[in-house]
Design a protein around this ligand. Structure first.
Ligand code: OAD
Length: 229
C-alpha cells in the first residue's frame, strides 16, 4: 500500500468551530503567547494558563469532526495513512483516523510537572488548579509550549521522509520546527496544500496548491485520489 502522510494545522478544525491562531480574529490576536503558552508563563501564573487551556478544552469538547476529518478516514480504504497534526484537539481520532500523531500535545490530557511520562486523560473539561500526579507533583496541560522541544519531531520526520504522497491542510507554516517537516518530503512525490490562503512554497515545485476550505477541498481531493490510485 502506498504511504500517505497528512500534515494538518488549525485550519482543518476551523469549520468545526475551533479558532485558528493567526487568522484575523484568531487566538493570538486575543491572547499574548508569552502570557499563556510558555513554561515561564506557567511558572509565573499557573492559574491563568490553566484557565486558558480549560477554555480551549471546553471548545474542543463541544466541537464535532467536519467533512475534512471524515474524508481523511476514507483515504485508509486504499492507502496507509499517517496523520501528523499540530492540533491539540482530538477531532481526527473522533472521526475515526487510526494513526494520528500530535506534534504539539493533546488538550484532553495533563501530565506531571516533574515526571513527564506520567500522563493522564482528564475526566472532565476542567483541569483543577491543585491537582497533582500520583507522586504528588502539580499537573500541567499536556501541551508543547513555545520554547519547549517537540518530542515527536524525529518520528514525524521519519514518516514524512518515507511518504509516497504528502498532503498539507490548513496551516500557515509559520511555526518551527513543525513547519520544517514539509522539506523532508521527497521532492518528486505528489504533494497537495489545501488552505484558502495557501501560497507557493519556496523551493518546492511539486506542490499542487488548492485554495479552498478544508471542508470542501479535502473530500474532493480524497475522492480524486481514491479513483485514480
Ligand atoms: P495558524 O492559525 O497559524 O494558521 C491557520 C491556517 O488555517 C491559515 O493558513 C488559514 O488560512 C487556514 N484556514 C483557515 N480556515 C480554514 C479552513 N476552513 N480550511 C482550511 N484552512 C483554513 O495555525 P497553525 O498553522 O496550525 O502551536 O499554527 C501552528 C501552531 O501555532 C499551532 O499548533 C499552535 C500555534 O501557536 C502551539 O500552540 C505550540
Amino acid at each position: 500500500m502506498k504511504r500517505v502522510v497528512v500534515f494538518t494545522g488549525a485550519g482543518v478544525s476551523a469549520e468545526s468551530g475551533i479558532s485558528t491562531f493567526r487568522d484575523s480574529g484568531g487566538l493570538w490576536e486575543k491572547y499574548d503567547i508569552s502570557e499563556v503558552a510558555t513554561p515561564e508563563a506557567f511558572a509565573r501564573n499557573p492559574k491563568l494558563v490553566i484557565d486558558f487551556y480549560n477554555a480551549r478544552r471546553k471548545q474542543v469538547l463541544e466541537a464535532k469532526p467536519n467533512d475534512a476529518h471524515k474524508a481523511l478516514v476514507r483515504l485508509e480504504e486504499k492507502f496507509n495513512v499517517q496523520i501528523i497534526t499540530q492540533n491539540i484537539d482530538d477531532l481526527h481520532e473522533r472521526a475515526g483516523s487510526k494513526n494520528v500523531m500530535h506534534l504539539h500535545g493533546e488538550i484532553r490530557k495533563v501530565r506531571s510537572t516533574r515526571f513527564p511520562e506520567l500522563v493522564y486523560e482528564l475526566k472532565s473539561a476542567e483541569q483543577q488548579y491543585d491537582a497533582v500526579c500520583e507522586r504528588g507533583f502539580p499537573l500541567r496541560p499536556h501541551i508543547v509550549w513555545f520554547g519547549e522541544m517537540v518530542p515527536m519531531m524525529e518520528l514525524a520526520v521519519e514518516h514524512v521522509s518515507a511518504a509516497d504522497l504528502f498532503i498539507i491542510i490548513g496551516t500557515s507554516l509559520e511555526v518551527y520546527p513543525a513547519a520544517s517537516l514539509i522539506h523532508y518530503a521527497g521532492s518528486l512525490i505528489p504533494t497537495f496544500y489545501i488552505d484558502p490562503n495557501a501560497r507557493p512554497i519556496d523551493k518546492l515545485t511539486n506542490v499542487s496548491i488548492i485554495t479552498e476550505k478544508a471542508g470542501t477541498g479535502v473530500p474532493a481531493l480524497v475522492e480524486h485520489l481514491l479513483k485514480t490510485k
